[in-house]
Design a protein around this ligand. Structure first.
Ligand SMILES: [Zn+2]
Length: 211
């Protein structure tokens, strides 16, 4: 089932919820749909178009936002899926200051790296290798990261996330999108069109085998 982007009444992105939860918000008038998902859900008596983006009708105060959770997915998005040392496709997570030498698992000490660089670097400092990073690692900022970090995406969300940072990474996600949303669409629940091509009893009789 596709997911739904939830915006605050102020249009700030709040996060991603299941389609079912979003529909309940809309049906209870706690949110309004801003974009349709193209998915039609049927009940016994009616059909409703499920949303792709909803906006809360009342502003919700979010008192404290901690740092963006440091996940492999979010880290790869921050570093554009590339090794920060050589630019090859990243396949692993590297601690700039090795953990064995006191380096911490924090946004400013982890980077995406290719296997080769990670292996070569091992537990050495960059200065010992004479290596440089293309940019200094830092925690990602911008409310859009609440959504980007989840790895769940939908091209329809882009205009709503664009003012909140991280859109470059979102584009890359789209580029690598393997039609997750369209692949998840349920089959249309229309009437069955199975019509007997030949009325019963009128099937052509097999030719009797000649002796
Ligand atoms: Zn590399």
């Amino acid at each position: 089932m596709p997911h739904v982007l939830v915006l605050n009444a102020s249009y700030e992105p709040l996060g991603v919820v299941s389609m079912r939860r979003a529909l309940i918000l809309v049906l209870n008038h706690k949110a309004v749909s801003l974009e349709d998902s193209g998915v039609t859900l049927h009940s016994a008596t009616s059909a409703v178009t499920a949303p792709s983006v909803v906006r809360l009708t009342r502003f919700v105060r979010v008192p404290f936002r901690g740092p963006v959770p440091l996940t492999r997915r979010a880290l790869f998005a921050r570093d554009h899926g590339r090794c920060v040392y050589c630019g090859a496709a990243a396949t692993s997570v590297d601690h700039v200051i090795p953990r064995s030498r006191g380096g911490q698992h924090r946004w400013d000490n982890v980077v995406a790296a290719c296997r080769r660089c990670n292996h070569t670097k091992a537990d050495r400092h960059l200065t010992e290798l004479g290596w440089r990073m293309k940019r200094t690692p830092a925690p990602p900022s911008g409310l859009a990261w609440r959504v980007i970090g989840t790895g769940i995406r939908d091209p329809r969300w882009r205009p709503y996330l664009e003012p909140y940072g991280g859109i470059e990474q979102f584009r890359e996600y789209e580029h690598h999108d393997h039609t997750e949303s369209s692949g998840a669409l349920p089959a249309p629940l229309g009437r069955s069109h199975s019509v007997h091509p030949v009325p019963c009893g009128e099937h052509p009789k097999p030719e009797p085998l000649s002796a």
